[in-house]
Ligand binder design. Structure first.
Ligand code: CP
Ligand code: NVA
Length: 301
């Protein structure tokens, strides 16, 4: 049994394998070919925060594979009334074949994994968002057909999605430059872990330096879930860290622009870039379905 708590739980070989399974199932779905590889299997999905893509893509993936998913809002289950994470993990493990969870604190997902006897998947925590990065790597593969030596430029807040991107890039040999203001650096332990893996990672205050020669420009919201009270400060601090046409022009001619969504057009990315010829943002969103399908197949079948 294996959990996906951090992007670093996967090896490069495992990521490549998941992407191949994802491509296979993407093609099957386009041809309308159904499978029942997860027949009689159930996935419990615990959500402590909002979600559109993650929730729907996991539910549809389970349904496409002949399995069943249960959406469990944190407040509707007994965790909301104080039942421990450990007991919840032990009990759910008696019913289902996998648990995915979107949580505030990364510690919650670690605890779920510690006490669960079925695979636990991190569907976003304050520290990481590995499911997103699997879909992003699938998208990069589709557009660039390689990983090694690409330059990935992260523009904006060094948040959970950034942390997992750094680890994903480290594992697959993609160079990564993070442009963020002081106080918004990616997690230091993640950086250390990535460097141990062999990452070529640069942290800079200059969006220009990060975007120069970039194959991929990536951004995420300036105000993540749970940070709403910091809105005014974040808008001010991150104002210069926007993906706009000037920045796109600094990157390679065939740069792809990525965003995990949801987006705040006019803040971290401009409307014209989001809808422009370099944007692969909605392919990325679609690929959540295919990548997660491959992931649950590998963890649950
Ligand atoms: N990108 C992402 O995880 O989207 P949701 O918050 O809608 O699930
Ligand atoms: N950084 C964002 C990602 C949303 C998918 C957040 O945590 O809200």
């Amino acid at each position: 049994m294996k959990h996906l708590v951090s992007m670093a739980d996967l090896s490069a070989e495992e990521i490549i394998d998941i992407l191949e399974v994802a491509e296979d199932h993407k093609e099957k779905r386009m041809r309308g070919k159904a499978t029942d590889l997860l027949k009689n299997k159930s996935l419990a999905m615990i959500f402590e925060k909002s979600s559109t893509r993650t929730r729907v893509s996991f539910e549809v993936a389970m349904s496409d594979l002949g399995g069943h998913s249960l959406y469990l809002n944190y407040n509707d289950i007994q965790i909301g009334r104080g039942e421990s994470i450990a007991d919840t993990a032990k009990v759910l493990s008696r019913y289902v074949h996998g648990i995915c969870a979107r949580v505030n604190s990364h510690e919650t997902i670690e605890q779920l994994a510690r006490y669960s006897t079925v695979p636990v998947i991190n569907a976003l925590s304050d520290l990481e968002h590995p499911c997103q990065i699997l879909a992003d790597l699938l998208t990069i593969k589709e557009y660039k057909n390689r990983f090694e030596g690409l330059k990935f430029a992260w523009i904006g807040d060094g948040n959970n999605v950034c942390n997992s991107s750094i680890l994903g890039c480290a594992l697959l040999g993609i160079d990564i430059a993070v442009a963020c203001p002081e106080g918004y650096d990616p997690d230091s332990q993640i950086l250390e872990m990535a460097r141990e893996i062999g990452a070529n990672v640069t942290i800079t205050r200059s969006t220009q330096e990060a975007a120069e020669n970039a194959d991929i420009l990536y951004t995420d919201v300036w105000i993540s879930m749970g940070e709403e009270s910091e809105r005014e400060k974040r808008l001010k601090d991150l104002a210069e860290y926007q993906i706009n046409s000037d920045l796109v022009n600094i990157a390679k001619n065939d740069v792809i622009v990525m965003h995990c969504l949801p987006a705040h057009r006019g803040e971290e990315i401009t409307e014209d870039v989001m809808e422009g010829p370099h944007s692969v943002i909605f392919d990325q969103a679609e690929n959540r379905l295919h990548a997660q399908k491959a992931l649950i197949l590998r963890l649950m079948s």
